[in-house]
Design a protein around this ligand. Structure first.
Ligand SMILES: *[C@@H]1O[C@H](CO)[C@@H](O)[C@H](O)[C@H]1NC(C)=O
Ligand SMILES: *[C@@H]1O[C@H](CO)[C@@H](O)[C@H](O)[C@H]1NC(C)=O
Ligand SMILES: *[C@@H]1O[C@H](CO)[C@@H](O)[C@H](O)[C@H]1NC(C)=O
Ligand SMILES: *[C@@H]1O[C@H](CO)[C@@H](O)[C@H](O)[C@H]1NC(C)=O
Length: 660
């Protein structure tokens, strides 16, 4: 029985193979169906793809039918969502209706890019009589050697464009310079402020603005290739592909008014994370509907260099003023990034370095104010949104402003008429400052004047200290600082102590010496007097918040952060505890003895040790009233500053002398 079965099954297999070659048995994926435009060797080509047919409508006309299909394993896409129907395939096709045994078979590799873009490559004719049987696995190079690349595939543009959101292609508001013509361009670069790109999506909007963007070309008088032209492009989707070993983002767009398909479709290319030192973004755009002419972001038919600009809105001119003494240049440490902040009477500008190449510029303009609350318009360079946010600004003290920012409220099309009152109520209600009702643990943000004006330190006196560093790099250790004004003296030191002091000689400074030489010389003076302290911290501001005392110091030589935040607390008459944060921001749960929680790293315990001739009285200010005027009087003929009590006593005694 078994012996008889084998020839039968072989025969069946043979028959079925023949049958497969003779009759179309494969379905072209539905995502490829439709009418397409492509440019092949400079000629316009229109193609119709249907159920099992691939028909070229342009002359020479030709109709292929699908014989066999191989679906390549799907790779997840970086851009946009994918579903199981979005596939790359290799198809074996034959000329429809051709009965000749020597007829041509073709292998077609298709790359799915976006619902509007597919790319394909067709291999040369394969004939049956070439010896080997034709099978898709053996004959098609797309399977044996891999799919085609950006360079050797032809890009097909869907003629009735499927509506897609532009967000994967381009978003934001930009000014741009452009250069028309490839490497042989005679024109030159046209950089006009009026040249603008506006690609503003309104999240959730079903309107057409999410699917189009506007390029406004302005003419430069000295650039002959420049034009005054406004073009609205419809987005056809974006994809990621490797070219010359570099992964680029490609995008296709369709001019919304152009009827000539040769002029209608364009291919664009850019590089994500361009690391441009000027914070600019380069795009190249093709002249014709083809992607092969784009070789790099410096080499394409039309080169665009985009600069982020702030969106235009009626709510930028200021309507109110900020407190006068807040004007200046400030520094703030956010949770993640630090920013330079510029404040004038009406505006606040944040410049935040996201990384070495990316700068985020945000502008606030004062609109309405009540008490300490200021409702401001917020715009960010390169972004479309216009928001209203509320600042709660505490009056400035020392070189410090404490503030909070409330939840933003977006300006939308419905905001008409006298809506500002409503906006103020919405953004500046006290509830808007806490993002979450249960979040009672909020703290003020801190702006620090940069460079700061020094203030007398809240902790003064001479102390020895004990330290708890979380790791060695946090430890306060002896170091040789750059150029010392006086060379270190090589002395035999018998008593070495740690020293931290802030004395009336310079009340604004805390000096720290990890190994201070307390040995005295023949005159009874400590030889350590000739030594230079390891760290000099300038006090910038201090205050009390939630029963914790905070201090900001500044150290020009600190490689980690010039500004540091400390939490300090007096333990007894002679002892003070302080905890140093990693940067200018104290973490919310930091206490005076914290050194292990993230964001901190060092705690110091100070023990009073004033010596007879130190002239360094102890002083401690918990920062209860940071607005109190510092009680110092500078005496000009002496470099030291003394406490007013001494002055008053001297004046009183002088008066007394006169009266008598
Ligand atoms: C199709 O192939 C290209 C190139 O190999 C690849 O980048 C892309 O992710 C593939 N698409 C799918 C849907 O797998
Ligand atoms: C996949 O997406 C296409 C285009 O967005 C859609 O037409 C099709 O129905 C989707 N298929 C599945 C299986 O979700
Ligand atoms: C304040 O700064 C903004 C932006 O930085 C600027 O546009 C404005 O002219 C400045 N106003 C004054 C009064 O200097
Ligand atoms: C700044 O001005 C406010 C009032 O506008 C005042 O309360 C505060 O003490 C001033 N601060 C400084 C450091 O001048």
């Amino acid at each position: 029985m078994a012996i008889k079965m084998i020839p039968f099954s072989v025969c069946f297999l043979y028959l079925s193979l023949n049958f497969r070659l003779a009759v179309a048995v494969c379905n072209i994926p539905s995502i490829y169906h439709g009418d397409w435009y492509s440019q092949e060797a400079g000629v316009d080509v229109k193609t119709n793809v249907a159920f099992d047919k691939w028909r070229r409508d342009s002359v020479p006309q030709e109709q292929l039918e699908c014989i066999s299909i191989y679906t390549h394993p799907q790779q997840s896409s970086i851009i946009g969502g994918m579903n199981s129907s979005m596939v790359n395939t290799t198809m074996l096709m034959g000329i429809f209706g051709e009965t000749d045994v020597n007829k041509c078979y073709y292998c077609i590799d298709v790359l799915y890019r976006t619902p509007n873009i597919i790319q394909y490559k067709r291999q040369d004719c394969i004939r049956l009589n070439s010896g080997k049987p034709i099978t898709i696995d053996k004959s098609c190079r797309g399977i044996t050697e891999g799919l085609p690349t950006m360079d050797n595939a032809i890009t097909m543009f869907r003629r009735s464009v499927v509506k897609l959101n532009c967000i994967t292609t381009i978003e934001g508001v930009y000014q741009f310079s452009y250069e028309v013509g490839g490497p042989t361009s005679l024109g030159g670069i046209c950089n006009e402020p009026r040249s603008r790109i506006a690609a503003c999506q309104d999240p959730g909007s079903a309107y057409v603005d999410n699917r189009m963007f506007l390029i406004n070309y302005a003419k430069c008088r000295d650039v002959s290739t420049s034009v005054d032209q406004q073009i609205r492009y419809q987005c056809m989707g974006a994809w990621y592909a490797v070219k010359n070993g570099v992964g680029y983002t490609f995008a296709a767009v369709a001019d919304t008014v152009e009827a000539d398909e040769r002029e209608r479709f364009k291919c664009m290319m850019t590089l994500k994370d361009q690391k441009d030192p000027n914070n600019q973004i380069r795009w190249v755009m093709s002249r014709f509907p083809s992607c092969t002419s784009l070789n790099s972001i410096y080499d394409g038919d039309r080169k665009l260099v985009l600069t982020r600009v702030i969106p235009t809105t009626d709510y930028l001119p200021p309507q109110c003023v900020l407190p006068r003494n807040m004007s200046g240049t400030w520094f703030t440490q956010g949770q993640q990034f630090k920013s330079d902040v510029f404040i004038n009477e009406t505006h606040i500008a944040y410049k935040t370095k996201i990384n070495e190449f990316e700068l985020l510029e945000t502008y606030y303009s004062c609109q309405q104010t009540q008490g300490t609350r200021y409702m401001m318009t917020r715009v960010t360079a390169g972004r479309c949104e216009v928001d209203f946010v509320c600042f709660d600004l505490m009056p400035r003290h020392h070189s410090v402003i404490r503030y909070r920012v409330g939840k933003p409220s977006r300006l939308s099309d419905e905001d008409t008429g006298n809506f500002m009152v409503k906006k103020f109520r919405e953004t500046c209600s006290w509830m808007s400052f806490t993002y979450n009702r249960d979040e009672t643990d909020w703290k003020y943000e801190v702006l620090i004047l940069n460079p700061p004006t020094p203030v007398p330190c809240p902790i003064a006196g001479r102390f020895n200290f004990e330290q708890w560093p979380v790791r060695d790099s946090e430890k306060i250790a002896t170091r040789i600082r750059g150029v010392t004004p006086r060379p270190r003296i090589q002395v035999d030191c018998r008593i070495i102590v740690s020293e931290i002091k802030s004395c009336p000689v310079d009340m604004n400074r805390i000096s720290i010496d990890a190994e201070y030489c307390e040995t005295v010389d023949y005159r009874g003076r400590p030889i350590g007097e000739y030594d230079v302290s390891d760290y000099d911290l300038t006090c910038v501001g201090f205050w009390m918040e939630d029963y914790k005392s905070y201090l900001i110091t500044w150290d020009e030589e600190d490689a980690i952060s010039n500004f540091r935040c400390w939490v300090y607390e007096r333990l007894s008459w002679t002892d003070v505890m302080m905890s140093r944060s990693q940067n200018a921001r104290c973490v919310p749960d930091q206490r005076a003895d914290s050194f292990q929680i993230p964001g901190t790293g060092l705690a110091l315990k100070l023990t009073e040790s004033e010596r007879l001739f130190d002239d360094c009285p102890q002083r401690f200010d918990p920062g209860l009233d940071p607005y109190r005027k510092p009680t110092i009087i500078y005496i000009l003929n002496k470099s030291a500053a003394v406490t007013p009590s001494i002055i008053i006593i001297s004046i009183l005694s002088l008066l007394l002398t006169f009266i008598h």
